[in-house]
Design a protein around this ligand. Structure first.
Ligand code: UDP
Length: 392
């Protein structure tokens, strides 16, 4: 019988698996824990899921919950399946990462009184309309312990009443993931040239684009405005468009500018190769904006609001609010984005040791049975009789 403590990590979308890939390797290697990866099923197609497990050299998930669909439909199916998994196996700890529907499972885990750790906590866009803002806030407040990437994120947590002892600043694990994959990519110049040839583009003479957020692609005018901006560039734009975006382009009967090439989502190696050789990226992706900043590619962040404002402060990115289609505004965004070419920024995402720090801390906390952090501290608080003092 396996006596090692059972630890679950629950993920469900492409960027989760990318960002967590090295953390998972450390946790799987550990002899002190019995680690299992649970896949909720939010992303399920080969090119949004399986390709990434393969490219990042990760074994397939241990459990597939096979849940998909929009928010509430997804959650209703997901909670039922997750509930029975938790009742059957009673893991010692459940780890979530990020801000997707999948992290809403923290409510289900909390109902079992199982400790929760949250990686990528306390990021805030302060835009409550964004589904991600609700998911990350709820998950942070249900968590026993939160790994935050930057000091300002911890401060945001503090502003919401989360005490310091429940947060640890660890840096952003995407730094080591991208560094590792890119160093492999750059060893094979022929593959790089072949890829540029395939897309008929030359080094630093094209733009790579992604857009998938609901507020950008579900509103016809916003999606049209994104293409209006594209129209201002002379360069070819390779647009790796999500299936939702492609469907809406058809639905809204949008005319695609001549310089835009729409392609299906591509694998990580292909995407990073294209990103690293482009001169600019237009994106509404949180992860791509970080990756571009790290590898010194300027970006236009297609967002009304962002939980990653530091890329504006470091001057690696300019903001494009797709609700605004005034021609002067569009020209201004265009001009600012071209000027970014000359910027020399320094990022502060981390030194490449974040994954190791997170995994080591988790393993130590499991070993020391230091998981039920909220309860332990509440008990200490009660022992000190503050409450009794208050009601005297
Ligand atoms: N990505 C990819 N292929 C694509 C588009 C993106 O491999 O066709 C990668 C990209 O490098 C980044 C992640 O997927 O690591 C971003 O995913 P997404 O934009 O869906 O999520 P977000 O970061 O907005 O949560």
């Amino acid at each position: 019988m396996n006596q090692k403590p059972l630890i679950y990590m629950i993920l469900g979308i492409r960027p989760d698996i990318i960002r967590a890939s090295i953390i998972i390797k450390y946790l799987r290697q550990s002899k002190k824990i019995n680690f299992k990866l649970i896949w909720s099923g939010q992303h399920y197609s080969k090119n949004l899921k399986d390709t990434f497990f393969k490219e990042l050299k990760l074994p397939k998930p241990d459990v597939e919950l096979n849940c998909s669909g929009e928010d509430n439909l997804f959650i209703s199916k997901y909670f039922k399946k997750l509930d029975s998994l938790l009742s059957k196996n009673r893991p010692k700890l459940v780890i979530f990462l990020g801000d997707t529907n999948t992290t809403s499972g923290s409510m289900c885990v909390a109902n079992h009184n199982i400790p929760i750790f949250h990686i990528e906590g306390c990021m805030r866009s302060y835009n409550w309309k964004m589904p991600e803002e609700k998911y990350r806030t709820i998950t942070d407040h249900l968590s026993d312990f939160i790994y935050v990437y930057l000091h300002n994120y911890r401060y945001q947590g503090k502003l919401e009443g989360i005490p310091n002892y429940r947060m640890k600043v660890v840096g952003n694990p995407i730094v080591e993931v991208i560094t590792k994959i890119l160093s492999k990519i750059n060893r094979n110049k022929k593959n790089i040239n072949d890829l540029l040839f395939k897309y008929k583009v030359s080094y630093k003479k094209y733009i790579l684009m992604t857009a998938h957020r609901r507020e950008n692609v579900e509103i016809s005018q916003n999606l049209k405005n994104i293409f209006k901006l594209c129209n201002l560039y002379d360069e070819k734009i390779i647009f790796a468009a999500s299936y939702r975006t492609q469907k809406n382009i058809q639905k809204f009967k949008i005319k695609i500018p001549k310089n835009v090439l729409i392609i299906d989502p591509i694998g990580y190696v292909e995407f990073l190769t294209l990103l690293n050789n482009s001169f600019l990226t237009l994106t509404d992706s949180g992860t791509v904006v970080e990756e571009a900043c790290i590898i010194k590619i300027p970006s236009v962040q297609i967002r009304e609001s962002t939980e990653r404002p530091e890329v504006y402060i470091w001057k690696s990115s300019v903001k494009f609010d797709p609700r605004n289609n005034k021609s002067l505004y569009l020209k201004n965004v265009y001009k600012k984005s071209i000027k970014l070419k000359n910027m020399k920024w320094k990022h502060n995402f981390g030194d490449g040791s974040s994954s190791k720090k997170i995994a080591t801390d988790i393993i130590n906390k499991v070993k020391n049975n230091d998981l039920n952090i909220r309860n332990k501290l509440i008990n200490n608080f009660m022992k000190k009789n503050y409450i009794n003092d208050l009601i005297k």
